[in-house]
Design a binder for this molecule. Structure first.
Ligand SMILES: NC(=O)C1=CN([C@@H]2O[C@H](COP(=O)(O)OP(=O)(O)OC[C@H]3O[C@@H](n4cnc5c(N)ncnc54)[C@H](O)[C@@H]3O)[C@@H](O)[C@H]2O)C=CC1
Ligand SMILES: O=C(O)[C@@H]1CCC=N1
Length: 275
């Protein structure tokens, strides 16, 4: 595999998680001294990469054009609100035909295409478990992305876990609402279970442990078992037992709440796209 030059613009939580995964995985093809980072305040993972040899660039430096001349692949991982400011500073310096992979929630392909008129664009949506290689990512390619560039994107995104190509941009927004934001729904369930545990008498000193390990253990079992989530739920539920009593409360309430939850995230993705 040829060693290419990569650029990460915005190396906070997600950008940092992905570049950490690349550097830890030889299959990614990314090596520290061919990795450039543009971020005025890089996160911990990016700072570690810079210590290991990644190049920290200042987007406003006079020699930025020379530094970016060899970049073939760019990961765009700033906040969507910062996109309009940074894109016009960087885009003129990027080589013609380079690949821009955007993970910005709700930033439409059309805006990306206009901001990077001489490059090719992929929209992707990873999630935070990518930090431990346990994420899931969807991506979609704009016209003009070569098969080789698609393979590059897949290779980079796989450092974060499972990857699916989807053929419509709308599905990126849908995936944002499901798995992009989804870890937060699960973390909130831990918070709610801990609070409920305290309410019914579990000491505060151990309630957090019980709530957290319940979700961790259930997730690990789901991961390792060949049974579906529904079958695993049924395996916990003895007829006429405690779980049945609990699910009689939870099951009528959770599906409509979850529907409204993902609909709110999808609506926000569309609103962001209109800005
Ligand atoms: N956090 C998550 O779970 C996910 C986030 N995303 C997307 O990833 C993007 C980044 O989100 P996070 O990593 O959570 O945010 P973050 O705030 O942790 O990282 C953003 C980084 O951009 C840097 N930055 C700000 N202005 C900049 C500029 N002008 N030039 C270069 N870098 C600049 C910041 O210093 C920061 O390190 C967002 O667009 C978000 O929609 C996508 C999937 C999941
Ligand atoms: O909250 C957000 O907008 C981003 C996108 C998915 C997860 N975090």
């Amino acid at each position: 595999m040829t060693v290419e030059h990569y650029l990460v613009i915005g190396a906070g939580r997600m950008g940092g998680a992905l570049l950490k995964g690349w550097l830890a995985d030889p299959v990614s093809g990314v090596v520290a001294d061919r990795l450039m980072i543009i971020d005025p305040h890089p996160g911990d993972d990016a700072r570690n990469a810079i210590t290991s040899g990644a190049v920290h660039l200042d987007a406003t430096a006079s020699d930025i054009g020379k530094k970016l001349a060899k970049v073939q692949t760019i990961l765009l991982a700033i906040k969507p609100q910062g996109f309009a400011e940074i894109a016009p500073i960087i885009a003129p310096h990027l080589p013609q035909g380079a690949l821009v992979i955007s993970i910005l929630a709700g930033t439409a392909m059309d805006s990306l295409r206009r901001a990077f008129p001489n490059q090719h664009v992929i929209r992707a949506m990873p999630n935070t478990p990518a930090a431990i290689g346990a994420g899931i990512t969807a991506f979609t390619c704009d016209n003009g992305v070569s098969e080789r560039q698609q393979r590059t994107a897949e290779r980079l995104l796989k450092a974060g876990g499972t990857v699916h190509a989807v053929d419509s941009e709308h599905l990126i927004d849908v995936v944002t609402a499901v798995s992009g934001s989804g870890p937060a729904y699960v973390f909130h369930m831990v918070e709610a279970l801990e609070a409920a545990a305290i309410k019914i008498g579990l000491p505060e000193t151990i309630a957090g442990d019980f709530a957290r390990q319940t979700i961790v253990g259930a997730g690990a079992l789901l991961d390792r078992s060949s049974l579906s989530a529904s079958e695993l739920r049924q395996a916990v539920t003895s007829p006429g037992g405690t779980t049945q009593a609990a699910l009689d409360v939870l099951m009528p309430e959770l599906p409509p709440i979850m529907r409204e939850t993902v609909k709110a995230a999808l609506k926000r993705a569309k609103e962001l796209a209109e800005k």
